[in-house]
Design a binder for this molecule. Structure first.
Ligand SMILES: [Zn+2]
Length: 79
């Protein structure tokens, strides 16, 4: 039995704590400011299957994007 397991050469270093807990867009390109800007998340809609957030430019308040945040419950398909 081989107790050492193979380590791939492209082993990724662990991300520093608090840097990338989960992928979250905190900077987006604002077409009005013509640069990457810090964004503010705003709850736009609460839907039965999740919540819709809107990203607003932190500088001018322009809407730069949106995302759907699904509810915590696991996705189940009703047949
Ligand atoms: Zn802007």
């Amino acid at each position: 039995m081989n107790s050492r397991h193979f380590t791939p050469p492209y082993d990724e270093p662990e991300q520093p704590e608090g840097m990338y807990k989960e992928f979250n867009a905190t900077e987006l390109y604002c077409t009005r400011c013509k640069q990457s800007v810090p964004v503010r998340e705003r709850l736009l809609l609460v839907l039965p299957d999740g919540e819709k957030f809107e990203y607003l430019c932190g500088l001018c308040g322009n809407s730069v994007g949106s995302k759907m945040d699904k509810s915590k419950r696991p996705l189940s398909i009703i047949v």
